[in-house]
Design a binder for this molecule. Structure first.
Ligand SMILES: NC(=O)c1ccc[n+]([C@@H]2O[C@H](COP(=O)([O-])OP(=O)(O)OC[C@H]3O[C@@H](n4cnc5c(N)ncnc54)[C@H](O)[C@@H]3O)[C@@H](O)[C@H]2O)c1
Length: 307
């Protein structure tokens, strides 16, 4: 395809998967990452990496030279981190995003794909949709919402084709450094053969395999769409209890499933409606939870053996 794509945060969980999918699809890829959570070992040897910070304008300038499109993933990625240090979260997620959007405006980069989440919707009851008013309940939700706002503004004011993708609960390879429920369960299984469910396990989430996400990112990069928000999920609710059972079924060895105290402020039900992305980007997820968990578990065991 020949497009020159910059992936910020390309050494992280989503980034490593996106970089590999883009290279496979024939894109020319460059990464801007400060390796605060990302890992060099996740990436192919010969990929072009700029070790730098999205808050450093000169690093951003170097990174965007001769680039046609940006996939912006680098961020403060967690609710807890945002509660511990809201200023850091604000700097990284708002000012960092603005730095990249400004680079698009100045250098006439016409496509910008932004990694958002359901956190901007906050208090809204499920399903998460594009047209519900955002009511964030964490600084992370507020900073991601501000990023979404700037994306829409750079489309409205300067015609940058910004596409906001609100990712649901992602899982897949290259996530051993993450504390998401699937990553935590698989790490605990590989290390101790045991997992602990927080609370009664009846809380639900919408789990999407990262390869499906990579497919929609490529669709967003190659479409003419701009100034739009899309929920990226499966549209299916799975309880943590069901997830644990499915993991047990997927890996053939026995595991012990324990119950721990519930987490304060844990959301009970969460899933997204995906009719807009199906209609406008002609995308829908292809990988079943069972299939995705099997592939993720296999990656975790191989990684553990080789590190
Ligand atoms: N993983 C999920 O389930 C999920 C869900 C919703 C949204 N998201 C969003 O997807 C994006 C990627 O998340 P992830 O799960 O891959 O996280 P991650 O921590 O694995 O990846 C983030 C990457 O950004 C890099 N980075 C952080 N600060 C940087 C800075 N100042 N300059 C340059 N690079 C920096 C890190 O080193 C890392 O490689 C984030 O924007 C996150 O908010 C993730």
């Amino acid at each position: 395809m020949g497009l020159h794509v910059l992936v910020t945060g390309g050494a992280g969980f989503v980034g490593a998967n996106v970089v590999s999918a883009l290279l496979d699809a024939g894109f020319d890829v460059r990464i801007l990452d400060n390796f605060s959570t990302g890992q060099r070992d996740y990436l192919p040897k010969d990929v072009m990496i700029i070790r730098g910070d999205i808050l450093n304008k000169s690093d951003v300038e170097t990174a965007v030279s001769n680039i046609d499109a940006i996939v912006h993933l680098a961020a403060q990625t967690g609710v807890i981190g945002s509660i511990e240090d809201p200023y850091h979260d604000c700097q990284l997620n708002i000012v960092g995003t603005l730095n990249l959007l400004e680079a698009c405006r100045i250098h006439n980069i016409k496509k910008f794909v932004y990694a958002s989440s359901n956190a901007p919707l906050g208090k809204q009851s499920p399903p998460a949709t594009e047209d519900k008013a955002p009511l964030p309940i964490s600084p992370y939700g507020a900073s991601k919402l501000a990023g979404e706002g700037y994306c829409l503004a750079y489309h409205g004011s300067w015609g940058v084709n910004t596409v906001v993708l609100r990712f649901a609960n992602l899982y897949g390879p290259f996530s051993i450094h993450k504390n998401s429920v699937v990553a935590q369960f698989l790490k605990d299984i590989v290390e101790r053969g045991e997992i602990t469910i927080d609370g009664d396990g009846e809380q639900t989430r919408d789990f999407i395999y990262v390869k499906d996400l990579c497919d929609v990112i490529i669709k967003a990069l190659t479409s003419d769409i701009g100034g739009e928000i899309f929920q990226i999920a499966t549209g299916k609710e799975t309880s943590i209890q069901e997830l644990a059972q499915m993991i047990q079924h997927t890996i053939s060895s026995p595991i012990s499933i324990k119950q721990g105290p519930g987490r304060q402020g844990d959301i009970r039900k969460n899933y997204s409606a995906i009719s807009k992305v199906k209609r406008e980007l002609n995308w829908e997820p292809q990988v079943s939870l069972e299939e995705g968990l099997r592939a993720t578990y296999s990656w975790f065991t191989k990684w553990q053996q080789s590190h």
